[in-house]
Design a protein around this ligand. Sequence first.
Ligand SMILES: *[C@@H]1O[C@H](CO)[C@@H](O)[C@H](O)[C@H]1NC(C)=O
Ligand SMILES: *[C@@H]1O[C@H](CO)[C@@H](O)[C@H](O)[C@H]1NC(C)=O
Ligand SMILES: *[C@@H]1O[C@H](CO)[C@@H](O)[C@H](O)[C@H]1NC(C)=O
Length: 478
Amino acid sequence: MAKLLQQHSNAAGWAPPSVQKRWLLTLLIMLSISTLIALLMKSAFDSCDPPHPRNFHVDASNKQDKDFPKSIRTAPSPLSFMKSKLVLLCFIFPGGPLLLMELAFLLRSVGTEVFWITMQKPTETDEVVYSLEQKMSVRGVQVLSAKGQEAIDTAFKADLIVLNTAVAGKWLDVVLKENVPRVLPKVLWWIHEMRGHYFKLDYVKHLPLVGGAMIDSHVTAEYWKNRTQERLRIKMPETYVVHLGNSKELMDVAEDSVAKRVLREHIRESLGVRDEDILFAIINSVSRGKGQDLFLRSFYESLQLIQVQKLKVPSMHAVIVGSDMSAQTKFETELRNYVMQKNIQDRVHFINKTLTVAPYLAAIDVLVQNSQARGECFGRITIEAMAFQLPVLGTAAGGTTEIVVNGTTGLLHSVGKEGVTPLAKNIVKLATHVERRLTMGKRGYERVREMFLEHHMAHRIASVLKEVLRKSKSHPHS
Ligand SMILES: *[C@@H]1O[C@H](CO)[C@@H](O)[C@H](O)[C@H]1NC(C)=O
Ligand SMILES: *[C@@H]1O[C@H](CO)[C@@H](O)[C@H](O)[C@H]1NC(C)=O
Ligand SMILES: *[C@@H]1O[C@H](CO)[C@@H](O)[C@H](O)[C@H]1NC(C)=O
């Protein structure tokens, strides 16, 4: 991890000349770990299919939010009933440990006894996992070996077992063998992915009998219900939709105008763009599923529109954060070739996959969320951008449709080639209508304050945990 951080600070040349605030650096480092993990998670599970009509879900997400007083930060945690309960968290490498870690810390903060196991192949030893586990030990999370007797005993004793990601189901069989049915009623399965290959009985056969499933968006929940039924002929357990929230660390930077200004100036300088230039960015691992290719086409089209219509706008730039040339994918090459072919090298900036998104969020003017096919399962970068008062130009797919209010906090366009021209027009709209752009950003920020903060997520998770605990207690096997 130290090495990775070092790389990043070199890449961005991070050295605030005047503001030598140590806390700022600390925040950035904290954010950077989160972001790396988020990127890992996103690249591992990145594809979702078209949305289905909403016809099922127990909604643990939005309803309570409106009644939430702002003073909640000082109010007792909604999770306080978890005090001295025993919870086992199971993470499968490399599937998105960040959220599970945040849950671990939320539970620790109310005095829950938290155990953690990482499932990985013996060949995989990973710096990120190691540093995560270190970080958790410091916060009083007890890290166990996945294969030991202690993990089994803890599973039996636990009040609740949280399986993170669809593939974690395999853990049950490998570790608990014939004892699996004993623990199922107290298993809460937290699912963040929706790609075809997860719909294998091998992974999910225990799903119908677990205490509950927790899924990041309605669309994803729909998709799981549909696929398990149609493909596997199994029934989903009680399913709870839990929208995610922004961490306090991210909000602290987003709400600090000095930090934001420093980061903005720094990044803009490193990109060679001026203060008045307009930056549109995708922040996601570079892959066809995330739609950077289509975004570049829209961007080029928007430049042409501006030229043809002789519109007066500051110079526009496209920023693609999440590049990884070392992976040498055809797709990365394709993007570069396109930029050369259209001769827009001075307008398009590729940034390596980075640990730290906050500086980029501080530096840009508009977030483009161009995930294709089923879209994002949730798309945490979307709420992170909104926290920075950025409007979002997003595909009308997946979790994005549950986050972005079309016309108010951003503008939606269709996935696929049909979306290229609408996105180009939306880019022009936001470039030419400064007031509208700024207002959309503010509305997005208000929406985040209303429903996408850590305490909202904690509240939503609390009601799910309560339910699952209640039902598992009344279950004969537990
Ligand atoms: C599942 O989705 C398919 C098409 O995507 C649809 O035809 C079917 O009716 C859906 N099934 C359920 C149970 O919703
Ligand atoms: C970005 O990554 C490439 C390949 O991994 C590397 O060669 C290059 O130096 C990196 N750029 C920066 C600015 O760190
Ligand atoms: C978004 O709103 C605009 C009008 O503001 C409308 O033209 C467009 O069709 C809407 N898109 C979606 C996907 O709802």
